[in-house]
Design a protein around this ligand. Structure first.
Ligand SMILES: [Zn+2]
Length: 585
């Protein structure tokens, strides 16, 4: 037991039994299989949505690793302010105990003796003893039965969770559109006295053109360099003085500003945000210095980064016509030559209030937020947003291959397939498909390529939200001495298997469970919820769809997955980028 555990346990004495159970579970976590631990945690969290596993673990919550502001993709939004939450007492405690008891019974009936014993000892003293179960419990439970039991308990839990979240949260979001067209979403959460305030500007690399690529990301930097009322660096200084923190990210589709602060700073935040949207400074000296900063960011994150450069080349090859062809950070020659006029034009259209969705989650009342929004933001006049993107990427008619030669220890391979935009009905089937292929160690690709055949150190899959048709990308890192062709061949065989044979029901269930558990975990903090609400409003056209994701995932059938695999994972639709290590000169 480390100091953290001691402190957490001491602190815990005043918080009632529920958190102690979580702590006990954590202490025994080496004895509990990973899956069941997760399950228990999830269950505990449903019992009391205000408990945070990090608080239960008594460890420092993970912080945002990206200290500076960088061009990240919307899928990797900045990590949340993960503050331990208060644990409720009173009637909620009773409900928690009842829920734990029910869970314990289920474990008992499923003959999962080890988990049962551990949880029972953790619960000792907080619940009445269980009556003995009179059935004979064999020591050996056939694997198939055991798996079925786990699968079915997860199904029950997840379905319950989905229904509960959908009912509890969709209606708790208040929404209003200001007279200037800015959309405001508010979710009240009074568990901690903090607020997350996110601004989604619907402007990104797709609204650029050759000659001005990278300009959206440039404004992600410029927005911190001073406006009329709050001068250079004042945004950060005032924020920190008031105990807040901020970040921002730019993708192909959006530029997002993220503020987290104590509720006492709410009025100040509105004042500062309104100031920089309305009256951003274009001081030529500042523009030149920030141009240098962005250029050096490009050198670090793309030119001298093997993953960065390979990703850039992959996208440039996969898209020949659509603006997703160019990188978010911009081509070097464009960064060097944006003019003041380019910058002003881009800012005017991108930062039109009618091109923005603002999301506030935290210790606020929606009426308070709407009234501050009408005071500070509504007077900012609307203007023309970015023109629609007309160019559609033509259908790919044959595999494309790109080779990048760079000094490196090992080769890297990225394999991309064109897939539809987030709003497309196939979105859920694709999420299930990518999960069963490459999420976690029991996934098909990991299991075969990394575990069994030991051809690669890792295999991953990525797909980010997109307004226009995007990419499903596999990342393979072949082992030393292994020809990249071998893991590639194994990967293609697995995709072919998915195209020709339907996924067994149990595997489909597992993928859905994983996907849903990840999704519900994502809803935990105010910052993550602010990010998700904005993401759903912008990419799916309605924030409320966030709360019905469970339903959409549940509806995916094995036939849907096979159809999606057939439609999108074909050879002609594929772009392969390979980084070949080169000796350093
Ligand atoms: Zn940056």
């Amino acid at each position: 037991m480390n100091d953290g555990d001691h402190n957490a346990a001491r602190h815990d004495a005043s918080l009632g039994g529920f958190k102690q159970i979580a702590l006990q579970v954590v202490r025994h976590q080496d004895e509990i299989p990973g899956g069941i631990l997760d399950l228990i945690f999830m269950f505990l969290e449903v019992g009391d949505p205000s408990i945070h596993p990090d608080a239960a673990l008594g460890r420092t919550p993970p912080q945002n690793l990206d200290g500076g502001r960088s061009a990240v993709h919307s899928g990797n939004a900045p990590a949340a302010l993960r503050q331990p939450k208060r644990v409720s007492s009173g009637p909620a405690g009773e409900i928690e105990r009842a829920a734990c008891l029910q869970f314990l019974r289920r474990l008992h009936h499923q003959r999962r003796r080890r988990e049962f014993k551990i949880l029972r000892s953790a619960l000792a003293g907080t619940i009445p003893p269980l009556p003995p179960v009179k059935v004979h419990i064999p020591d050996y439970v056939p694997a198939a039965h055991r798996q079925f039991a786990i699968v079915s308990v997860m199904r029950i839990l997840l379905c319950g969770l989905a229904a509960c979240l959908a009912a509890a949260q969709a209606s708790e979001v208040a929404s209003r559109t200001l007279a200037n067209g800015m959309k405001v979403l508010v979710e009240e959460d009074h568990n901690i006295p903090n607020v997350a305030m996110y601004f989604f500007y619907k402007v990104g690399a797709r609204n650029e053109r050759p000659g001005i690529t990278g300009v959206s990301h440039f404004f992600e930097h410029m927005m911190f360099n001073g406006a009329k009322k709050y001068g250079p660096k004042q945004f950060d200084i005032q924020m920190e003085k008031n105990g807040g923190n901020n970040n921002a990210y730019t993708s192909e589709d959006v530029t997002v500003y993220t503020d987290w602060f104590p509720k006492t700073a709410l009025n100040l935040m509105f004042d500062m945000e309104a100031d920089r949207i309305r009256d951003l400074s274009f001081d030529p000296k500042m523009v030149e210095s920030e141009r240098g900063v962005v250029y050096s960011e490009r050198r670090t994150s793309v030119d001298n980064n093997n993953f960065g450069i390979l990703f850039e080349q992959l996208r440039a090859a996969a898209y020949t016509a659509h603006p997703y062809h160019w990188p978010v950070v911009g081509w070097p020659s464009d960064i060097e030559s944006w003019t003041m006029e380019d910058l002003k034009n881009h800012f005017r259209m991108g930062y039109a209030p009618n091109n923005c969705v603002m999301v506030v989650v935290g210790d606020v009342s929606s009426e308070e937020v709407f009234s501050l929004a009408s005071r500070w933001l509504e007077p900012i006049p609307r203007h023309d947003p970015p023109p629609p993107v007309r160019t559609k990427e033509p259908e790919q008619i044959g595999e494309r291959r790109v080779v990048v030669k760079k000094p490196a220890q090992l080769p890297i391979e990225m394999i991309a397939y064109h897939v539809p935009e987030s709003k497309n009905p196939d979105d859920a089937a694709l999420s299930v498909l990518e999960t069963l292929l490459a999420h976690g160690q029991s996934s098909r690709l990991y299991n075969r390529i990394v575990d069994k055949e030991q051809l690669a150190l890792n295999v991953n899959v990525f797909r980010q939200e997109s307004l226009d048709p995007g990419l499903l990308i596999f990342l393979v890192q072949p082992r030393s001495g292994i020809d990249p062709g071998r893991p590639e061949k194994a990967l293609f065989e697995e995709l072919e298997r998915l195209r020709t044979t339907q996924v067994p029901e149990q595997e489909l269930r597992k993928a859905k469970n994983q996907l849903l558990a990840d999704h519900y975990r994502e809803l935990k903090t105010i910052a993550d919820r602010a990010n998700l609400l904005g993401t759903y409003e912008v990419f799916y056209g309605d924030y409320a769809l966030l709360f019905s994701l469970g339903k959409r995932v549940e509806a995916v059938t094995a036939a849907d997955v096979q159809r999606a695999a057939r439609q999108y994972l074909g050879e002609k639709n594929r772009t392969v980028a390979l980084l070949v290590p080169e000796q350093e000169k």
